[in-house]
Ligand binder design. Structure first.
Ligand code: GLC
Length: 588
């Protein structure tokens, strides 16, 4: 972090006044620098609920099991909606529940207009949407446009048809390289490991063409150059909009268009690859052509009453390229994965927050904060790993284990920091309980295709997908009526169950509830960041009338005299000392 820095005011239209960094102050003498004025909160149109919403991700397999088969379902979710009202969420996002062979836990969709019997029926989806709306909760569903399932009727037709046929052109089929086409058409790797191409067998049993799958072979990539693919997805949007959904989380939003020449790319697949790293932009990600697709979608959404939204899952950097997805005529939100990946240090957090706010305010969009989801190690465990280490893709029993106590302490501080920031924030089911990753799962239990596809080198994402605990003393910790769960629950989950935390002062659950209540009362989501002081170990900013301080350093930091503490992520001792790895919100 620079000793003293000043950002041009034009860079931060949402951060009024001067921005001053000062590392000369000692941790015990934080003082606010002179300000010209305290910024008023910018009041957007009240109808733009998404600008400040707290949206809770439900992973249907693992949230609540209504029928006792060990897999969560839609009726289970409906029965638990009051939990989300009590928590203070504004909306839910449901990961896929569509008919699917479940090669990638439902991100391989065989029918975009139905419900897999595992999760219920279409009527259960309607009931869930209705019950959520009755409670004032908006509903966002997952849309998977980059690929279908190999069990989708279109792919069956493509396999049955000849090379070059219209059926094949809905996907990305190519002849192989080598003298007999025995080599894949290019060197692209699948995100889950291994080649991104699979060779098909012709009806007479001969080896045939290859098809592209950036993920599992059960997830063939669609060809978005075909008008009929575009028309189909416009129709799928309308199908769910007509059923009342409030928006779509767009899976792999940066992947739909591939560089036309399908040029070789010799680098390994990694999240957040792209400009801003030392590599060229990959030919399979973040091609400019994707934006036309979202402009078309936005027109459809805008033709419906209310504010229906699109949120991009786009592992894209730098922040300016991500911001292109949320220009005024495209999507509404884009997950800020650079923030999720940022190291737990004051300079890294300060830098990513500043950069993100600059980039999104340049296109008049909110920043969309997120710390956990179904693809990454839960932040209560991730933050218990050594700072600065690259996030591993899954943790197994033989791997270095996170420090659970440290991880939870930092996770609570990180969440309280995130919830003080202007913009929207996504929570992942269980994080409100401080739930850790299951880091000692037996390898035989793993279901994520990453484990097999990577030749058992990457354990994958099962550890964050384990059914969540509701009751400490019930079968499957209250996940369902039976003692069954599709992934094993670790015994330690009993200690995190909701019933042990509800109404208990100091619990992670009550911390989240308090934070969400105060966030709403103080309009933090539509506020602005006004930096006060920042040092090597501490960041402090004001959002409206609230001051937020996070201490990343080893020494306690003393607060100015006479402040009123509203909430802190861990007890202060004494009252005006903020210990290490703690966030506090106070009134000056
Ligand atoms: C997204 C999903 C992930 C899935 C992948 C392929 O990254 O979040 O779970 O495996 O897309 O659909």
């Amino acid at each position: 972090m620079p000793a003293t820095g000043r950002l041009p005011s034009t860079n931060l239209p949402d951060t009024h006044g001067e921005y001053v960094l000062n590392s000369q102050q000692t941790p015990s003498s934080i003082t606010e620098l002179p300000q010209t004025s305290v910024p008023p909160n910018d009041q957007p149109e009240p109808a733009q609920w998404w600008r400040e919403a707290v949206i809770y991700q439900i992973y249907p397999r693992s949230f609540a099991d209504g029928n006792g088969d060990g897999i969560g379902d839609l009726p289970g979710i409906t029965a638990r909606l009051d939990h989300l009202v009590e928590l203070g969420a504004d909306a839910i996002w449901l990961s896929p529940f569509y008919p699917s062979p479940q090669a990638d836990a439902g991100y391989d969709v065989a029918d975009y207009r139905g419900v897999d019997p595992l999760f219920g029926q279409l009527a259960d989806a309607d009931a869930l949407i209705g019950a959520a709306h009755t409670r004032g909760l908006r509903v966002i569903v997952d849309l998977v446009p980059n690929h279908t399932s190999a069990a989708h009727p279109w792919f069956g037709a493509a396999l049955a048809a000849a090379p070059g046929s219209a059926e094949r052109q809905r996907y990305i089929f190519r002849d192989g390289r080598g003298t007999t086409g025995e080599e894949p058409p290019n060197d692209w790797q699948s995100v889950f490991g291994g080649p991104a191409w699979t060779r098909v067998t012709t009806p007479d049993g001969q080896p045939g063409q290859w098809y592209l799958h950036l993920f599992d072979p059960g997830q063939p990539d669609l060809n978005w150059d075909r008008p009929e693919v575009r028309a189909e997805f416009l129709d799928i949007l309308r199908f769910w909009l007509d059923r009342g959904v409030d928006g779509f989380r767009v899976d792999v939003a940066h992947g739909l268009i591939k560089q036309a020449d399908l040029a070789d790319w010799s680098y390994p697949q990694e999240p957040l690859s792209g400009e801003g790293t030392d590599r060229p932009r990959p030919p399979m990600w973040d091609q400019d052509g994707v934006h036309d697709i979202y402009r078309d979608w936005r027109e459809v959404l805008d033709s419906y009453p209310g504010e229906r939204i699109l949120v991009a899952e786009a592992w894209v950097q730098p922040a300016e390229r991500l911001a292109a997805y949320v220009r005024p005529d495209e999507m509404h939100q884009a997950f800020n994965f650079e923030y999720l990946e940022a190291a737990w240090t004051a300079p890294a957090q300060y830098a990513v927050i500043t950069r993100s706010l600059e980039a999104t305010s340049a296109v008049d969009a909110p920043t969309t904060w997120v710390l956990s989801n179904h693809d990454v190690i839960r932040h209560a465990s991730r933050l218990g790993l050594p700072v600065g280490q690259t996030r591993p893709n899954g943790i197994g029993a033989d791997d270095p284990q996170p420090d659970g106590t440290l991880g939870l302490r930092r996770a609570r501080a990180a969440s309280l920091l995130m919830l003080a920031l202007p913009g929207s924030a996504y929570l992942y089911q269980g994080e409100e309980l401080g739930l850790p990753e299951h880091t000692t799962m037996p390898d035989e239990a793993r279901q994520d295709p990453t484990w097999e596809r990577s030749g058992h080198t990457r354990r994958g994402r099962d550890g964050c997908r384990v059914p969540i605990p509701w009751e400490s003393n019930a079968p499957s910790y209250g996940f369902g009526p039976a003692d069954r769960s599709w992934l094993p629950q670790p015994a330690v989950y009993a200690e995190y169950a909701l019933d042990l935390q509800r109404g208990v002062a100091g619990s992670t659950y009550e911390l989240y509830r308090t934070a969400l209540r105060l966030r709403r009362e103080h309009g933090l989501g539509r506020g602005s960041v006004y930096w006060l002081t920042s040092q090597d170990d501490v960041i402090t900013f004001r959002n409206g009338e609230l001051t937020v301080l996070t201490n990343f350093g080893p020494e306690a930091v003393s607060l100015p005299a006479g402040v009123t503490i509203l909430v802190s992520s861990a007890p202060l001792d004494p009252e005006d000392h903020v210990p290490t790895d703690v966030t506090v919100w106070y009134h000056a």
